[in-house]
Design a protein around this ligand. Structure first.
Ligand code: CA
Length: 231
């Protein structure tokens, strides 16, 4: 078996930590674990894990602070573990540099998919950008500026195209409304989430088979949008 990534689990709830550990170990990942922020930071420095799973509610320090501190010196992918319904926490965590979040209680498959996507992004960050993204019939070729669904050309406006490529470059990962607006319209625009929503509706009409049941671009309610995982 080839050696898979090393994952650091930072979670003070022992039951959840053990559950994650069992899942990851049985998949072949190497696992490091701790229940507090202090050890999390020192383990990151000493063991250079490939990814961190970070619970936001820790006994000694707030997870958001840890994120900010980590981002001053490492690009290691971080997936935040958050409680259900705390959308503001998720948005803040993403803005503080988290790569993704997963909401408790979560299933094994969801956890593993999130980890695979985050590890892939970590590698991409080191190895440069791809130009062709495809998945489930949707194909986006940024070199030829071509978008097709099941082989059929799709005509997107300049803004729609920017939104789609931004999502493709971050496929599998949730992007916040603010982040998308900043990336697409620029940091000084006064575009609001309403304009983003209008554009998203137009994109979905063009690429989704049923725009009310999107298969490609998923809505993360109160947070942002996520493109499905792509090859
Ligand atoms: Ca906790």
């Amino acid at each position: 078996m080839t050696k898979l990534a090393t994952i650091l689990i930072v979670e003070d709830d022992e039951r959840i930590r053990n559950y994650i550990k069992t899942v990851l170990t049985s998949c072949g990942y190497s696992v490091l674990e701790t229940g507090n922020a202090k050890t999390a930071l020192s383990m990151t420095a000493s063991h250079s894990p490939d990814l961190m799973l970070l619970d936001l509610g820790l006994p000694d320090r707030d997870g958001q602070e840890i994120l900010k501190e980590l981002r001053q010196w490492t690009k290691m992918p971080v997936i935040v573990i958050s409680a259900r319904g705390l959308e503001r926490d998720k948005v803040l965590a993403l803005d503080n540099g988290a790569d993704d979040y997963i909401t408790k209680p979560f299933g094994t498959e969801e956890l593993l998919a999130r980890i695979r996507a985050a590890l892939r992004h970590g590698k991409l960050r080191q190895g440069g950008e791809k130009t062709v993204y495809s998945g489930n019939g949707l194909c986006v070729d940024t070199e030829r500026r071509l978008v097709t669904v099941d082989g059929q050309n799709v005509h997107l406006t300049q803004i729609e195209y920017k939104i789609v490529t931004l999502l493709c470059q971050n496929a599998g990962k949730v992007l916040t409304h603010d982040f998308m607006i900043r990336e697409v319209w620029g940091p000084f625009s006064n575009c609001d989430t309403q304009l983003l929503r209008v554009n998203m509706a137009n994109i979905r009409r063009k690429i989704e088979k049923d725009p009310t049941m999107p298969e490609y671009i998923l809505t993360e309610i109160g947070v942002g949008y996520r493109m499905i995982e792509m090859d």
